[in-house]
Design a binder for this molecule. Structure first.
Ligand code: KG4
Ligand code: ZN
Length: 344
């Protein structure tokens, strides 16, 4: 069979990235340009700045992608792009580039839902084995998804308020860490003790999550200690917070695996880079005979390799669009499939 090369483009937040993936699994080359240092001084991503920076960096990223590789645009079989969810201004830059390339080179334009991209980051490391449960833990999402086969998604639970990554960043800020606080809080959590009894968020029989309460609990804890003029032990807060959220995430995930009689677990999204979560999932999977897949950190945070990998499987499902494709700040996977997948 002829090899299939997909060019992926991802610009939904503060990373501009382009990648070429062969047959949905093999990385030819990926370029990621992060704006983290620019947004750091504002304590979070400033949407207007993010889109302006994308405009400035897009051509550079694409030029670098095609440097020193033997693939050129003529070899590309499809152009996949994140159309949403994400920041509208940021998404628009990636989408316009994808549309332009698709028009000039007469290649199929493949819309990819950002979370579907995160899920398919796993196909870059292991062939997906079905049925599986996907735990999606990113800055904007916390979902449990059951997959019966490629491009067959059933959301079984999700966050009712804040996403886990958002919660990490907010708690990190409260204890004085820089943006993005998630990775720094993770590091700090390895040095403290789990001594603060924080409330277990939505510790019930559903597969849903809630992280706004624990964020408030940490804010109150810090304020109370400050009012009493006690020294706030940030290491212990970090450890206690990390233990509490890992507990609830893994508890619900492993209950889902049992109830759905599934032995394959994949984890994805920026928070899948978390060392505590990775260690706990590893242990629990061994104890419960679960085959676990977590991508290396470069495929956990936003990147175009995952969008190109998902694009390969999307193209197999005939998920393509004409040039009327537009960005969507908010969109569910169900809505995405309803719009583009003809055989559901
Ligand atoms: O998936 P991602 O790159 O972007 C979104 O699609 O949202 O996730 C970014 C999130 C941020 O909130 C960041 O703080 C968090 O992932 N993150 C982490 C770690 N590395 C990144 N959170 C906890 N521990 C980490 N090691
Ligand atoms: Zn993401």
């Amino acid at each position: 069979m002829k090899d299939c090369y997909i060019l992926g483009i991802e610009s939904s937040c503060d990373e501009m990235s382009a990648s070429i993936i062969k047959n949905g699994r093999e990385e030819i080359k990926t370029v990621v340009l992060s704006q983290m240092d620019i947004h750091k001084k504002y304590g979070g991503v400033v949407p207007e700045i993010a889109s302006r920076c994308h405009i400035e960096s897009a051509t550079m990223v694409l030029e670098e992608l095609f440097q020193d590789i033997s693939i050129n645009m003529e070899d590309i079989d499809g152009i996949s792009v994140t159309y949403g969810p994400g920041l509208v201004g940021s998404l628009l830059i990636g989408l316009e580039i994808a549309k332009t390339l698709s028009f000039i080179y007469n290649k199929p334009l493949i819309p990819v839902h950002h979370i579907v991209g995160h899920i398919y980051a796993n196909s870059l490391v292991n062939e997906l084995k079905f049925p599986l449960i996907a735990l999606v833990v990113s800055g904007g999402h916390t979902d449990l998804i059951y997959m019966e086969d490629h491009f067959k998604f059933k959301k079984i639970g999700g966050t009712l308020d804040d996403a886990i990554g958002e919660c990490y960043d907010k708690v990190a800020r409260v204890i004085g860490l820089e943006y993005p606080g998630g990775p720094l809080l993770d590091k700090l959590a390895t040095t403290g003790k789990d001594i603060y009894k924080l409330p277990k968020p939505l510790n019930d029989n559903s597969y849903d999550f809630s992280f706004s309460g624990i964020k408030t609990a940490v804010i109150n804890l810090v304020h109370n200690e400050q009012q009493k003029e006690n020294k706030v032990n940030v290491e212990d807060i970090a450890t206690s917070f990390q233990e509490t959220v890992i507990d609830i995430l893994t508890k619900k995930t492993f209950r889902a695996l049992k109830e759905y009689k599934v032995s394959n677990l994949i984890v994805c999204g920026g928070v899948a880079a978390n060392s505590g979560l990775r260690n706990r999932l590893d242990l629990l999977s061994k104890d419960n005979n679960i085959s676990l897949s977590i991508p290396p950190i470069k495929y956990c945070t936003d990147n175009a390799a995952m969008i190109a990998a998902a694009g390969y499987y999307a193209l197999k499902e005939n998920i393509t669009s004409d040039s009327s494709l537009n960005v969507k700040a908010v969109d569910s996977i169900d809505e995405y499939l309803k719009r583009y997948k003809t055989n559901i």
